[in-house]
Design a protein around this ligand. Structure first.
Ligand code: SF4
Length: 382
C-alpha cells in the first residue's frame, strides 16, 4: 500500500478536524527547502538558477524545525536543491519525526547510498527518489548519464534495509505513454512503495522551455498512461485517486496553493511551491496577508498550464472529504480514461505575468552581505 493505513488515518483525522473547526484554509504538506544548491542541473528545473551567494545559504536546524512547528501540517516534504547536500539534514529529519510528522525526503539519490547510515527506517520516514522514467528518459531528463542506475542501486539498498521508498516522477511533453506505463511496472517490480507523478511546471527560470506540457496535452497523456494500467489500479500511487482523476481531465479543480506552503531560505514563499512572487516573514503572514484570489489558473498568466500535485492534491483531498463516495468509486473503478472531459477554466480574465525574480535575488544578496558585514564587525570587536 502506497500510504499505510495508520498514516491515512492520522492525516484524514487532521483534515476532518480542520473542516469541523470551519477552517477555510489549512496546510496539508509543508514543502521545506533547506537549500537551493544541487549536484545536478536538470533542464526542466527552475529552482537552482541563483548566484553562489544564495546557493550557499542553508536553513539552520532551528529555523527548519521552527517552520515545521509554525506551520503545523501533518506531512513535511523536504525538497530543494538536493537536500542530502545539507550537512545537518539528519538532525532536521530526526526533529520532524520526533514531532510525529510524516517526512518525505526528496532526493536525486546520487548521495543516498552513501548517506543511508545517517537515517533509520521509521513509519514516519519515506525516501522519495526522483525518477522521471526508464534509464533513457531519466538520464535525458537530468542531463547526465548513469544517474538512473545510481538511483536504482540506492533504492535497492534502502529497500534491503527496511526503508519505505517512493519515487517522484515529473513528465514533460516528450513522455510516451507506453514507456511511462512500462516504467511504472518496473517501479512495482523494484518494490517501490508509492509513485508520485505530476506534469512539470513551466518554470520561467528553467533552461529548457520547449518541453513543458499544456493542460490539454497533460490530460490526454495521463488518460493514455492510466488506460494501460486499469485506470491506475495496477500501480501504487502515493496520491489521491481524485488527483489522478483531475490529471486525466475528469475534474475542474481550482488549485489550493496554501495546501502545500513552502519555506525556503527567502522566507515563506508566495503563493506556492512553484511560484516565488513574494515572501512572507511568518507562516501566519503568508496565510492571512496573501491575496489568494490573484493566483491560480484563470487568475494569473503564470498559472495557466499548471496541474502540479503541490497545487491540486490538497484540492482533491478536500473534495474527497466533501464527496467520499465519489472518491471511493474512483479508487475502486479506476480513473475514467474515455469520454468527455470536464470543462476547462477560462483564461480570458487572467492578469499578465509579473517578472520579479531579479528583484528578489538582489534583495536577498543585499541582506546576506549586510549580515556578513555585521558578523565581521562583531568578530573584530572581540
Ligand atoms: S495554479 Fe496554483 S499551484 Fe499552480 S502555479 Fe498557480 S498558484 Fe501555484
Amino acid at each position: 500500500m502506497a500510504i499505510p493505513f495508520s498514516q491515512k488515518l492520522k492525516v484524514g483525522a487532521y483534515v476532518v478536524r480542520q473542516h469541523l473547526a470551519g477552517r477555510k484554509r489549512y496546510p496539508l504538506v509543508l514543502m521545506l527547502e533547506p537549500l537551493f544548491r544541487c549536484n545536478l542541473a536538470c533542464a526542466g528545473c527552475g529552482k537552482i538558477d541563483y548566484p553562489d551567494e544564495i546557493l550557499n545559504q542553508r536553513l539552520s536546524v532551528a529555523d527548519a524545525l521552527a517552520a515545521v512547528d509554525e506551520c503545523g501540517a501533518p506531512v513535511v516534504s523536504i525538497a530543494g536543491g538536493e537536500p542530502l547536500l545539507h550537512r545537518e539534514l539528519p538532525e532536521i529529519v530526526k526533529g520532524i519525526i520526533a514531532r510525529r510528522k510524516f517526512v518525505y525526503l526528496c532526493t536525486n539519490a546520487l548521495l543516498m547510498e552513501k548517506k543511508l547510515d545517517h537515517y533509520r527506517p521509521d513509519r514516519y520516514f519515506v525516501w522519495s527518489v526522483h525518477l522521471d522514467g526508464d534509464k533513457d528518459m531519466h538520464d535525458r531528463s537530468v542531463c547526465q548519464t548513469g544517474v538512473y542506475d545510481r538511483a536504482v542501486a540506492a533504492i535497492k539498498a534502502a529497500k534491503s534495509r527496511g526503508f519505505r521508498v517512493n519515487i517522484n516522477c515529473t513528465l514533460f511533453n516528450n513522455a510516451d505513454a507506453e514507456s511511462v506505463a512500462k516504467f511504472f511496472d518496473t517501479a512495482k517490480d523494484l518494490g517501490i512503495d508509492g509513485i508520485t507523478v505530476s506534469p512539470g511546471y513551466a518554470y520561467e527560470r528553467a533552461p529548457d522551455q520547449q518541453h513543458f506540457l499544456n493542460r490539454e496535452k497533460t490530460k490526454q497523456l495521463f488518460r493514455d498512461i492510466l488506460r494501460r494500467g486499469r485506470g491506475g489500479r495496477d500501480w501504487s500511487f502515493s496520491q489521491s485517486s481524485l488527483f489522478l482523476d483531475f490529471l486525466a481531465g475528469n475534474q475542474s479543480y481550482h488549485c489550493t496553493p496554501w495546501g502545500n506552503p513552502t519555506r525556503t531560505v527567502f522566507g515563506w514563499q508566495r503563493p506556492c511551491y512553484l511560484l516565488g512572487e513574494s515572501y512572507a516573514p511568518t507562516f501566519r503572514a503568508l496565510m492571512e496577508e496573501t491575496d489568494w484570489d490573484s493566483y491560480g489558473t484563470g487568475n494569473y498568466e503564470k498559472c495557466a498550464d499548471c496541474m502540479v500535485h503541490s497545487g491540486y492534491e490538497a484540492t482533491a483531498v478536500a473534495d474527497a472529504v466533501a464527496s467520499p463516495l465519489k472518491a471511493l468509486a474512483t479508487s475502486l473503478r479506476g480513473v475514467r480514461t474515455e469520454g468527455p472531459m470536464a470543462p476547462e477554466i477560462s483564461l480570458s480574465h487572467q492578469r499578465p505575468a509579473e517578472f520579479v525574480f531579479s528583484r528578489h535575488v538582489a534583495l536577498k544578496q543585499a541582506e546576506i552581505r549586510e549580515s556578513q558585514a555585521r558578523a565581521k564587525q562583531a568578530a573584530s570587536a572581540r
